[in-house]
Design a protein around this ligand. Structure first.
Ligand SMILES: [Zn+2]
Length: 428
């Protein structure tokens, strides 16, 4: 025991040491210092008289990481669309146009961040809309919510409807100003991601200059790639002269360790290898891929090429805000390959943290990392389970296949409990 600890949390505590190895301490204590960093994690000392916050019959796991979602699409969930491009036109672009109105932004973004917290998600990679004001407001709400995230103003300088179309110069200038204001704000919890929506709505110049700005600011770059075969055909038409889809991003200078590309379903093995070689990350969004019948990302091929990936809910094509849902859907989506529960937990925590280049700060309970975690109560599940009656494998399996927001009792970032009511009070 060290006297640097300002807070101690006692419960059954479980976290990932590797994709194969979970450490599960049935009577564990997490010690956290004043700055919210973990001092130590281990077995509780029954002889200690130090003050401890007790969570009897509760499980603590690291905060969940959602590497890809869209704030303005919260209420577009579950609206059936025939294809990605038709669904975008009918539901998504109108939902995004509504973000020109500040009242709509406040309403939707406050509910979005509350739901993140209620689902145990402590870190997220997020898209706003093309609107600079709306994006600024999303950052303000994220700051009040206390979560860790990067957010980006969507960039679209062609093939977008009036109201969402911007000039290349405005898109770059507004994104640069938002990055200057927010990248590293909120004690480092908030970061900026340059966000060219996807290649069909961007000029080559926009992709190239966005990548350059991201690199010079040490910020992120996020986009979508190869979600559907229609999109791949469209990109071939719009960008002749590039060897393949990945080479378009390569030629624009968009690849690198702080680039996160969502979906990456319809790519060749050579393209996966080039993503891996540049340390570009993939946001795997299986629920969204099922919903839009986009196809399935082959985990076997992605892992074979050495690509890092994490889970994204991709709201609104994703219908759930729970990373537990992505854990099971990632497994269901593979026909020739199974994702074991221990690995699914790793992907939902450490894997996601690595995708967001935050694995030295969060993802498990190694000393020195921030104490981002959620407290789970599994007693509401039918049939009623007793936490102490489940071994590690049974518990992991229960989280993966039956986990949902009802299990999440409370969510902490840097040792502080996040209060969803405070967000409503601040922005109503
Ligand atoms: Zn998306």
């Amino acid at each position: 025991m060290t006297n640097r600890a300002a807070k101690r949390f006692r419960a059954r505590i479980m976290h990932s040491l590797s994709p194969e190895k979970v450490e599960d301490i049935r009577d564990g204590v997490l010690e956290v210092d004043d700055s919210g960093r973990i001092v130590s994690f281990g077995w509780a000392d029954p002889m200690s008289n130090a003050q401890v916050q007790e969570f009897p019959s509760r499980l603590i796991i690291p905060g969940l990481v959602d590497v890809h979602s869209h704030i303005p699409q919260l209420d577009a969930r579950g609206k059936h669309g025939s294809t990605l491009l038709a669904w975008l036109d009918r539901y998504i672009l109108p939902a995004e146009m509504a973000f020109a109105e500040p009242r709509v932004v406040d309403d939707v973004a406050v509910r979005f961040f509350k739901k993140l917290i209620l689902n145990g998600t402590t870190t997220a990679g997020l898209y706003s809309t093309v609107h600079a004001e709306a994006t600024n407001r999303c950052f303000e709400i994220a700051q009040a919510a206390g979560v860790r995230c990067f957010i980006g103003k969507v960039m679209m300088d062609r093939n977008a409807p009036a109201g969402l179309l911007e000039t290349t110069a405005d898109s770059l200038g507004q994104s640069e100003a938002l990055c200057a204001k927010w990248h590293g704000a909120g004690n480092g919890r908030l970061r900026y991601a340059f966000t060219p929506r996807f290649a069909p709505t961007c000029s080559f110049e926009l992709l190239k200059d966005a990548a350059e700005l991201a690199r010079s600011a040490g910020a992120y770059l996020q986009s979508h790639i190869a979600e559907t075969l229609d999109e791949n055909d469209r990109v071939k038409e719009l960008f002749p002269g590039h060897r393949d889809y990945v080479s378009l991003f390569e030629d624009a200078g968009c690849l690198g360790p702080r680039t996160i590309l969502a979906h990456a379903i319809h790519l060749s093995d050579d393209e996966y290898r080039r993503l891996a070689a540049s340390d570009t990350k993939i946001a795997h969004c299986p629920t969204s891929n099922f919903f839009l019948k986009s196809g399935r990302m082959s985990v076997r091929r992605v892992e074979g090429a050495g690509c890092a990936y994490g889970f994204g809910t991709d709201v609104g094509a994703g219908t759930s805000m729970s990373i537990f849902t992505e854990m099971r859907h990632a497994d269901y989506a593979q026909d020739e390959h199974s994702i074991p529960p221990a690995k699914a937990l790793w992907l939902a925590t450490m894997g996601g943290a690595a995708v967001m280049s935050m694995d030295s700060e969060i993802g498990n309970f190694a000393p020195g990392k921030f104490a981002d975690f959620c407290v789970l109560d599994i007693s509401g599940i039918d049939p009623v389970y007793r936490l102490d009656a489940l071994d590690t494998d049974e518990l992991l399996s229960l989280l993966m296949y039956r986990g949902d927001s009802q299990m999440i009792e409370s969510t902490y970032v840097a040792g502080e409990r996040l209060d969803v009511d405070a967000i409503s009070r601040a922005f109503s």
